[in-house]
Design a protein around this ligand. Structure first.
Ligand code: GTP
Ligand code: MG
Ligand code: ZN
Length: 301
């Protein structure tokens, strides 16, 4: 019989099947953990023995949280805590790298005006990323969020405190998931959600994550990094010189400079890109390292 691993309970895998959930043993060659079976795995199991017999090939697998076969990522951002758009850029890159569809979800719309959503649209609209706005408090936009989740496996990602668990609770019409007020600790990146499991909510499979980790991102060299900024990469293709630095050129020479002046690429997004790109390409040392504070969550970036 076939099913999907939705979480682990005392060393066993909870497998969701068309006929309900079955708690299966993990034996023999199939192991749980770093190189073994993970949440999201599609598996075959022996119905009588309730033992997993095979793990199907994965479409993708992320490192932290360890989760496989994600269709789309709902990247949540809001004004509380203030949005970290470098993190949003990086989450989109992780999506591009792992064939996951990124969707931006502006949460807590009751706390900000339309100008905020417009600014986000200006920066991310040109990428073709879907942008939703919602509030768990007022219910605004919740139906639109539900519609994109249907029949898909979606990982909820974004900074701690952005309202991921609250949003899942609202969609579910329950209070199953723990949420927490923003406190000093929260702003330092201590997550309320600490484990990774899949929930079935109104025909959608949802992974609530303890703040996604950009440890998933393999930004080894400048060229690979540029390719993951798909919008900038597609403009860079039109530059006159092969080794264009996209910065001190004229509009005639450089398609990126041209896109910036025509408003097809947001300056803020380019600046965030360039800061890391120039460090990777060794062009300029502009990477300002912040000293680490005690208690900072290792996994918030
Ligand atoms: N005003 C307002 N507050 C909200 C909304 N959604 C969530 N909150 C509040 O934001 C705080 C954090 O929400 P959580 O759902 O715990 O945030 P989270 O993203 O799951 O955080 P982690 O689990 O730490 O990653 C809570 O105090 C919620 O009540 C909203 O739509 N409007
Ligand atoms: Mg949470
Ligand atoms: Zn250029």
């Amino acid at each position: 019989m076939q099913g999907k691993v939705i979480n682990f309970v005392s060393g066993k895998a909870m497998v969701k099947t068309a006929k309900g959930n079955v708690l299966c043993e993990i034996r023999g060659k199939i192991k749980q953990g770093q190189n073994g079976i993970v949440v999201g795995d599609d598996v075959e199991f022996d119905e009588n023995l309730e033992v997993i017999t095979m793990v199907n090939e994965r479409r993708n697998v992320l490192v932290r949280p360890r989760v496989a076969n994600i269709d789309q990522m709902l990247i949540c951002l809001s004004t509380q805590p203030p949005a970290d758009l470098i993190l949003v850029d990086k989450l989109i890159m992780i999506c591009n790298q792992n064939k996951i569809e990124p969707i931006i979800c502006i949460t807590k719309s009751d706390l900000q005006d339309v100008a905020y959503a417009k600014n986000i649209s200006r920066q991310y609209g040109p990428l073709g990323v879907k942008i939703l706005t919602c509030s768990s408090k007022t219910g605004e936009g919740i139906q639109e969020v539900e519609a994109v989740l249907e029949h898909k496996v979606t990982a909820f990602a974004g900074q701690s405190g952005v309202g991921k668990s609250a949003l899942i609770n609202t969609i579910d019409g329950s209070n199953t998931l723990k949420t927490q007020e923003l406190t000093k600790n929260r702003l330092r990146g201590k997550n309320t959600t600490t484990s990774c499991s899949i929930f079935e909510v109104k025909g959608a499979l949802i992974v609530d994550t303890p703040g996604f980790c950009v440890a998933n991102l393999k930004e080894e060299n400048a060229e690979d990094f540029l390719m993951l900024y798909t919008d900038i990469y597609s403009f860079a293709d039109g530059c006159r010189y092969k080794s264009c630095n996209h910065i001190d050129k004229t509009e005639d020479e450089c398609a990126v400079v041209r896109a910036l002046s025509e408003g097809k690429l947001a300056k803020e997004r380019f600046d965030r890109f360039y800061k890391i790109y120039s460090r990777l390409s060794g062009k300029r040392k502009v990477y300002d390292k912040k000293p680490k504070r005690k208690g900072d969550n290792k996994c918030s970036r």
